[in-house]
Design a protein around this ligand. Structure first.
Ligand code: F6P
Length: 358
């Protein structure tokens, strides 16, 4: 039989199960394929740790967070942690052949797509599906998981708003987003944050202080700051923010918002508090939008597998479903452009981005 593997690479993300379900159901019904679930991302492909996915296995998982296959953000066939960082790609290819796989659907973010591109060049037939709450994959206007993360962050900021108003505080809310500020920007605009700080626009600390002071003087005795975990001040970066780039240190989340709080505290009268949203943005049930996007992505991936189109990632561009070559996604990041409509909206509404050149 036609055998197709499916794996979820990198960290978890709302909508992963919806994609697994759509891929499996489409392949079972349309090509009578055998669908092989690969456990814990590329670890399962390297080790041959798999399970056959039948219809009942994917029934009832549409709304569930996480991934029924398990996640591993460490397993890379070109740098395998369990073999002391060795390149085990040849072994991975052998496992793929031993499992009699005709194709592989790799659901993941930038790391997964880069690995998928390299494995494709070694001879595997791969279709990628773009996952990340950060929305920063090249070639697609949307990744699944982003909408859910924005909803969670927006709800959190709405709640922070009322407590900030009651206590006349400056409240800093740190969102995820290492390299791109999509979550901080969208949740910030959606919740009416007064200052939005994203990695793409290094901010001026004095400007942030000035906005807080002006609001205090004008009788607006609270300020909401939406800051992405990868945001940096102009002309340099916090040491904690460098750690964001460099390590897998779990303490890195929370560094940026707290560092900003320390910088502005001496200059303003109001008390300052920081809330780190962290992995809350990644867990739990996907929004309706993410469920439908994941389902459509999964069905499209299955269609490409069935017609034998490989070496691509499914994508959404200008309201259409399409696919783009993996090589255009590998090692790239889609950051927020300076002329993004939401930035313009924020500027028009007098939201400060803490930069001097906007
Ligand atoms: O890439 C998605 C993401 O949620 C980032 O925004 C965040 O920096 C990172 O994953 C955290 O990953 P983990 O804690 O799983 O290493």
């Amino acid at each position: 039989p036609f055998r197709v593997g499916v794996l979820t690479g990198g960290g978890d993300c709302p909508g992963l199960n919806a994609v697994i379900r759509a891929v499996t159901k489409s392949l079972l019904s349309q090509c009578n394929a055998e669908v092989v679930g690969i456990r814990e991302g590329f670890r399962g492909l390297i080790e041959g740790d798999t399970e056959l996915l039948e219809s009942p296995d994917v029934s009832g998982i549409l709304t569930r967070g996480g991934t029924i296959l398990g996640a591993s953000n460490k397993a890379n066939p070109f740098d395998y942690y369990a073999s002391g960082g060795a390149d085990v790609s040849a072994r991975t290819l052998k496992t793929y052949e031993r499992l009699n796989l005709d194709a592989l659907v790799a659901i993941g973010g930038d790391g997964t797509m880069s690995i998928a591109h390299r494995l494709q060049k070694l001879g595997m037939n791969i279709v990628g599906v773009p996952k990340t709450i950060d929305n920063d994959l090249m070639g697609t206007d949307r990744t699944f998981g982003f909408d859910t993360a924005v909803h969670v962050a927006t709800e959190a900021m709405d709640r922070i708003h009322t407590t900030a108003q009651s206590h006349h505080r400056v409240m800093i809310v740190e969102t995820m987003g290492r390299y791109a500020g999509w979550i901080a920007l969208h949740a910030g605009v959606a919740s009416g944050a007064d200052i939005i700080l994203i990695p793409e626009l290094p901010y001026n600390v004095d400007e942030v202080i000035r906005v807080c002071q002006e609001r205090e003087e004008g009788g607006r005795q609270f300020t909401i700051i939406s800051i992405a975990e990868g945001a940096k001040p102009e002309g340099g970066s916090f040491t904690v923010s460098q750690r964001v780039e460099e390590s897998h240190d779990p303490l890195r989340l929370g560094g940026v918002g707290k560092a900003l709080a320390e910088q502005i505290k001496p200059h303003i009268e109001s008390e300052v508090r920081t809330t780190i949203l962290g992995h809350m943005q990644r867990g739990g049930t996907p929004t309706a939008y993410d469920r439908t996007l994941s389902t459509a992505f999964g069905a499209h991936a299955a269609e490409l597998v069935a017609e034998g189109t490989f070496g691509v990632m499914v994508a959404r561009q200008e309201g259409r479903f399409t696919q783009i070559p993996l090589e255009e996604v590998a090692d790239e990041t889609r950051t927020v452009p300076r002329n993004a409509p939401l930035i313009a909206a924020g500027v028009a509404m007098d939201t400060s981005f803490g930069v001097t050149d906007l």
